[in-house]
Write a protein that binds this ligand. Structure first.
Ligand code: PEP
Ligand code: MN
Length: 337
């Protein structure tokens, strides 16, 4: 970390910062400039928050050298973290696809979707039993009944069940039925939930908050890793920008960036990111091309009658066609579908 002092900062303020750096167990190297002084703090002490240094008199800014997320960082683990999924591994050569309805509505429809996506090559079945809806008047999900449907269908068809957990009080219940626990965008910074998920032995799919920075996403992952659960997948599902032709904005450079800075696998959700069915296939291809390890997709036999997110949901036929089209894209970048 580099601590840049204000131009003309008092000598005693500079000395005070040097003393603080040393008291924190770091080595302080004072670099004297003509107009300002700079202090290099050397050592691996990430637990001292940046803001704490900014609070000292005379400090202008801090330039971090080490990433604030030490467990999620590539420095911590040079290889990729493999995440167990249905007997396979997400984070290696195969790009895994998790597909299903936005919300679970009934057994028969869920079974129909699961059979279709399995036949087309999916590894996981997604579906919301607890839905975080913007309006409290909207359909909130089937709750435990939905979890039971997902579990039964997942077992029957041979797909890993991925479903959202909304709060700490649901963790045990969702663990009973699901193979992967999803943290939704609205909950990315629910730190009590993240801590609770650090204690389970099931993978977690952590979605990026709609206005969260990449560092905030990685620090959220850090909470789960710190608890002892290394099975974390990051999910890019679009962020809020001024673009109004899509529901959110899918930043694909973030996918490539995450692959550089973290060992955690990256899943892309073009359904929520675009909010438009026609844009989902091209964004899936782009995501695979830029290094995504997995895709999360909404699929329903009749999107028109799906109670949630029908406008961004692929039909079962559309999904099967997309899976075929993805194969050569994956191959071109040294992956398989
Ligand atoms: C979902 O995947 O069902 C969902 C609610 O997504 P997000 O949290 O990204 O909005
Ligand atoms: Mn949805």
């Amino acid at each position: 970390m580099i601590i840049v002092m204000r131009a003309g900062a008092a000598q005693e303020d500079v000395q005070h910062v040097v003393d603080r750096v040393e008291a924190a167990g770091l080595e302080a190297v004072l670099l004297k400039g003509e107009r300002r002084n700079v202090i290099a703090a050397i050592g691996d002490k990430r637990e001292v928050a940046t803001e704490q240094w900014l609070a000292s008199p005379g400090v202008e800014r801090i330039i971090p050298i080490l990433s604030p997320y030490k467990l999620a960082s590539r420095e911590a683990r040079p290889g990729a973290t493999p995440v167990r999924l249905n007997g396979g591994v997400l984070g290696e050569q195969k790009v895994h696809v998790i597909a299903g309805p936005c919300a679970v509505t009934d057994f028969d429809t869920t079974l129909e979707i699961a059979r279709a996506v399995k036949a087309a090559g999916a590894t996981g079945l997604r579906g919301g039993a607890y839905k975080p809806r913007t309006s409290p008047h909207s359909f909130q999900g089937l709750e435990e009944t939905g979890l039971k449907i997902l579990h039964e269908v997942g077992q029957h068809v041979g797909l890993a069940v991925v479903t959202e957990v909304l709060g700490t009080e649901q963790v045990d219940l969702v663990c009973k039925y699901a193979d992967v626990l999803q943290v939704g965008a609205r909950n990315m910074q629910n730190y009590m939930l993240l801590k609770a998920l650090g204690k389970i032995d099931k993978p977690v799919l952590l979605k990026r908050g709609i206005s969260a920075s990449v560092d905030e996403l990685l620090l959220a992952a850090e909470y789960i890793l710190k608890g002892g659960n290394s099975q974390v997948m990051l999910c890019c599902r679009g962020v809020r920008t001024f673009e109004d032709h899509t529901r959110f904005t899918l930043s694909l450079s973030t996918v490539a960036y995450l692959k550089e800075v973290t060992h955690l696998p990256v899943v892309v959700d073009p359904s929520h990111a675009t909010g438009r069915r026609s844009l989902v296939p091209p964004m899936c291809k782009a995501a695979v091309a830029c290094g995504a390890d997995g895709l999360l997709l909404e699929v329903h036999p009749e999107p028109e009658i799906a109670p949630v997110d029908g406008q961004q949901t692929l039909t079962c036929e559309g999904f099967a066609k997309l899976m075929k089209e993805l194969a050569p894209v994956a191959e071109a970048v040294g992956r398989t579908m």
